[in-house]
Design a protein around this ligand. Structure first.
Ligand code: NI
Length: 163
């Protein structure tokens, strides 16, 4: 699987609102699997939303080393606390910036098998989920980053996780 490439800023598709998935079909399941492969092939990717491969469906995948899966039609049902930390994006290569996010969230949606899931996340994992959720609404981390913290990363930071 290598026919789909990661779309890069400023491609329009990154600014579009992705559509609800009406039914978790075998195609959607396949899409989730492909997205996971593409994210892993990127090297340091910890999350990937469908917009990022040019597909406007509400689905994203994540793998931070501890938590791994796909969420379809995600909803954030609770958000508490604050955290500020560096963020990057596979669609905005080389750029990093400080972004404030909720520290703890609850997300509901469906997994790749079409089963309802309720994910309680905090810290970095919560950051990933919020970053991917934003993608599905056409929002990028550069919209939320403190402008004076946006910087091009140096070679030694290149292994920093990106979403
Ligand atoms: Ni991203």
């Amino acid at each position: 699987m290598a026919d789909k490439e990661i779309v890069r800023y400023p491609d329009d598709v990154l600014r579009k609102h992705a559509k609800e998935v009406s039914k978790v079909t075998p195609e959607i399941k396949k899409l989730a699997k492909e997205m996971m492969e593409i994210m892993h092939a990127s090297g340091n990717g910890v999350g990937l939303a469908a917009n990022q491969i040019g597909v406007l469906q509400r689905i994203f995948v994540y793998d931070d080393g501890e938590n791994k899966g796909a969420v379809i039609n995600p909803k954030i049902t609770s958000a508490e606390g604050e955290q500020t930390g560096p963020e990057g994006c596979l669609s905005v290569p080389g750029l990093q910036g400080e972004v404030m996010r909720a520290n703890q969230i609850v997300m509901k949606g469906l997994n790749a098998d079409g089963k309802p899931v309720k994910i309680k996340a905090e810290g970095f994992f919560a950051r990933i989920l919020q970053h991917e959720f934003d993608h599905l609404n056409g929002t990028l981390f550069i919209d939320r980053a403190e402008p004076d913290t946006l910087e091009y990363i140096t070679a030694e930071d290149e292994e920093a996780p990106v979403e």
